[in-house]
Design a protein around this ligand. Structure first.
Ligand SMILES: Cn1cc(CCO)c2c3c(c(-c4ccccc4Cl)cc21)C(=O)NC3=O
Length: 291
């Protein structure tokens, strides 16, 4: 049936914020409520294809996950002239991948309190996802979205010279949110569509799905390691295998306690990796974490 196109009727496209084989994402203004959203348009997947499963997973996961401060909020999804459209919360400060790249270019090191805060926030979002018997399965910097309060969205925001402007951290708080739920699967009846191999543990590549929640912990460990200045992660080769033996080169920029926690998160034995429950209570990540 020919439905009146909802996308252009309800939204004004402000700008393109992402493009890939998946489709495109625009920052859009909703004409009715005056709020801005991130709206992803992708070609309608072929019935029965992995893309269709991923598209359905994403909407089912959002429906089950409802609302959490550290999971990107879902508003609506619909089909329109051969496209799947999903309307999500717009996070106004880019992705963690972009922040890591900017820091690298400006030779900026994220300090330990910021690393711990990021790890704790994403662990809280993961704890919520795992509490619903779901696993994300594609945790990586590109899927962590950043929201900063107290920045004037309308003005041209000149990035502070460092990756973190102290002011933002103290007054305009920074919130990290887990996004892109296209790989989410049930922990109890897993149908795994593999995520990015740079962040995947060996057991998943060996199709051992007994500890999917701990696969997310592994990916989170490498994500924070990269944010700490670990440099680009290998996609294969000796370095890739060295990491899978649970060893991370120590760059001396942060405490040995945090380094040991990150190594525990990427332990080859998934059962030895800390759960999100352990992480959110961990003394090293607490307010008086080991100095
Ligand atoms: C490429 N890209 C850039 C952004 C803005 C970051 O400041 C972004 C967002 C999302 C998404 C997204 C990811 C996966 C599925 C659906 C969406 Cl809308 C993609 C995004 C999303 O769900 N919310 C976003 O802010």
């Amino acid at each position: 049936q020919t439905s009146v196109p909802r996308y252009h009727k309800e939204f004004h496209e402000i700008c393109l914020i992402g493009k890939g084989e998946f489709g495109s994402v625009h920052k859009c203004l909703n004409r009715l409520d005056g709020c801005t959203y991130a709206v992803k348009k992708s070609l309608m997947p072929v019935a029965g294809s992995p893309n269709e499963r991923s598209a359905l997973n994403e909407v089912w996961a959002h429906a089950v996950l409802g609302q959490h401060p550290h999971v990107v909020r879902y508003y609506s999804a619909w089909a329109e002239n051969g496209h799947m459209i999903i309307q999500n919360e717009f996070c106004n400060s880019g992705t963690l991948e972009e922040l890591i790249r900017t820091n690298q270019q400006n030779n900026v090191t994220v300090n330990e309190p910021q690393l711990k805060s990021t790890l704790l926030q994403i662990a809280e979002g993961l704890h919520y996802i795992h509490s619903k018997q779901l696993a994300h399965m594609d945790i990586k910097p590109g899927n962590i979205f950043i929201c900063r309060e107290n920045i004037d969205d309308c003005s041209v925001h000149h990035d502070s010279d460092d990756g973190f402007d102290e002011l933002d951290d103290d007054y305009g708080s920074v919130t990290y949110k887990i996004g892109d739920l296209g790989h989410v699967t049930s922990v109890v009846q897993p149908i795994v569509e593999e995520g990015d191999c740079r962040y995947l543990p060996v057991e998943i590549l060996q199709e051992n799905y007994d500890n999917l929640a701990k696969a997310d912990i592994f990916s989170l460990g490498l994500t924070i390691y990269e944010m700490a200045g670990g440099g680009q992660l290998p996609k294969n080769g000796d370095e890739w295998h060295a990491i899978r033996q649970g060893r991370l080169p120590y760059n001396g920029r942060y405490s040995i306690e945090l380094h040991n926690l990150l190594e525990l998160m990427i332990h080859p034995d998934p059962t030895l990796r800390p759960s999100t429950q352990v992480l959110t209570q961990h003394p090293v990540l607490g307010p008086n974490g080991a100095k």
